[in-house]
Design a protein around this ligand. Structure first.
Ligand SMILES: Cc1cc2nc3c(=O)[nH]c(=O)nc-3n(C[C@H](O)[C@H](O)[C@H](O)COP(=O)(O)OP(=O)(O)OC[C@H]3O[C@@H](n4cnc5c(N)ncnc54)[C@H](O)[C@@H]3O)c2cc1C
Length: 435
């Protein structure tokens, strides 16, 4: 059994994992592990952009829009933090190398559902890829950070309620990583559904490990279905997303009879419900998102990824309507954390989609997820930087065999499925019970 000893163990190479690493002190010995390749994360797939208070005068409106979209179930303090720290964190991203699209002297802002003004910064329709690449390149430059790919966390080491590291599978072996602090940044739960926009590796592992260790979980019933994933009858699990910003730039939703049936810029849950009703009413498997009235050059320049991905499927979106369908997309709930991303367990933090700050309430406002990942992982890093010198941990190693590790891996999926089944309602029909 291979053993490692580090100051901070981070699980996940999405925005939350990488940005927390960058904001940790450079004298700390940090290890980031990730299940497959570093870029296989939902962050890499993000299209539309990142919300940001446009300036100080927009703060109140941004807070109100987030809370209204969240159906007034949000943690208001977390929303305030999100809005107030948005400007600084987007500035940090630009310093780290993210080239957001510009208009003249400032950002080129776009609008998405339930935002009353245009306040979303973006890199065409590949914002996540641009953010991932800049953060990943900065992390690789740091001598104090090591990334271990193809390494799957199967459990944390729990010393009577204190987290002292993690146990993972790596190259047919069990490895133990002893750490003063552990950050779970393992993303959401998409793979547990029949269809999702998520990467296939995103299957709620962080949440399972939290449940296994009696770490508090919150709002697992708040699951977001994105209204407009590309309908493709040949797709088995992963659906390609047609970003909300397509509607923000003027895309119209129409049913198969060519009729408009909803205001496209209402919150996601409202648009999703309207589409579901329309599918029943028209006895169809999809509705259309139409951008054929927009300038062709604009479409190709503003949405190069969506244009080319659809073209690969023989659909020219400048000439033809896009068939779309609601699909599992995001988890608002997760591991319960405070405003510094601290979980209920000593020395254990959780950031990004795997965590629940309560900031999104029951329905996330578009483009607030990457922002949450930035703001709250930086807060975690700031708190860890202050406190870590006082942390002394016992080095405890788990002696399980590889076969026992594999069993735990499977159990982690069953644990979350079981928990989601308890939620009941429509969710049960959407879960993938075929495994
Ligand atoms: C198609 C798509 C488009 C989106 N567009 C936007 C957008 O425009 N704006 C926006 O704000 N949000 C968007 N989102 C949501 C947003 O991308 C995600 O919520 C966000 O990137 C999550 O970041 P994260 O760091 O928490 O997790 P992720 O980026 O999903 O990373 C999770 C990491 O954890 C690792 N991991 C998981 N389990 C284990 C394990 N057991 N052991 C080791 N590693 C593990 C994974 O390998 C991965 O590296 C989009 C999501 C999708 C799917």
């Amino acid at each position: 059994m291979k053993k490692y000893k580090v100051d901070v163990l981070i699980v996940g190479t999405g925005v939350a994992g990488l940005y927390s690493a960058i904001n940790l002190r450079s004298d700390l010995n940090i290890m980031i592990i990730t299940k497959t390749s570093a870029k296989t994360c939902n962050t890499y797939l993000a299209q539309g952009g990142i919300s940001k208070a446009k300036d100080l005068s927009d703060m109140k409106l941004f807070i109100e829009d987030t809370i209204k979209a969240g159906m007034y179930k949000n943690n208001e303090q977390a929303v305030k933090v999100l809005a107030e720290e948005s400007i600084e964190n987007i500035q940090n991203l630009t310093k780290l190398g993210v080239n957001f699209d510009n208009k003249g002297s400032g950002f080129s802002y776009t609008k998405e559902g339930a935002h009353r003004i245009s306040r979303i910064v973006h890199c065409t329709d590949e914002t996540g890829k641009a953010v991932f690449e800049s953060l990943y390149n900065r992390v690789k430059e740091r001598q104090n950070i090591k990334i271990l790919e193809n390494t799957c966390l199967i459990d944390i080491i729990n010393d009577e309620g204190t987290c002292t590291g993690g146990v993972a599978l790596y190259k047919n072996n069990v490895i133990n990583i002893s750490s003063k602090v552990t950050i779970l940044a393992c993303g959401g739960i998409g793979k547990l559904f029949k269809n999702s926009t998520n990467q296939e590796t995103i299957e709620g592992n962080g949440i399972a490990i939290a449940l296994r260790n009696n770490v508090y979980i919150q709002d697992l019933n708040y699951i977001q279905f994105h209204p407009t994933a590309l309908y493709d009858k040949n797709s088995t699990f992963k659906r390609f997303l047609i970003s909300e910003s397509v509607r923000g730039e003027g895309g119209k939703l129409i049913n198969i009879n060519g009729e408009r049936f909803v205001d496209e810029l209402l919150p996601r849950n409202v648009v999703t419900q309207a589409i579901k009703k329309e599918l029943i009413k028209t006895n169809s498997d999809y509705v259309y998102l139409d951008v054929t009235h927009l300038d062709k050059k604009f479409i190709k320049k503003r949405f190069p990824l969506i244009y080319s991905e659809c073209l690969k499927r023989r659909l020219d979106i400048t000439k033809e309507k896009i068939p779309v369908i609601p699909t599992q997309h995001y988890l608002m709930g997760g591991i319960k954390v405070d405003l510094f991303s601290k979980t209920s367990m000593e020395n254990l933090y959780a950031c990004g989609e795997t965590s629940c700050t309560g900031v999104h309430g029951a329905n996330r406002l578009a483009s607030n997820s990457l922002l949450e990942g930035l703001v709250f992982s930086k807060r975690a890093a700031d708190q860890i930087n202050k406190n870590i010198d006082n942390i002394k941990v016992k080095e405890i190693y788990n002696q399980m065999s590889y076969e026992e590790g594999l069993k735990l891996c499977k159990e982690n999926i069953d644990i979350v499925i079981r928990e989601l089944t308890k939620v009941g309602g429509d969710i049960i029909n959407e879960l993938d019970n075929s495994r």
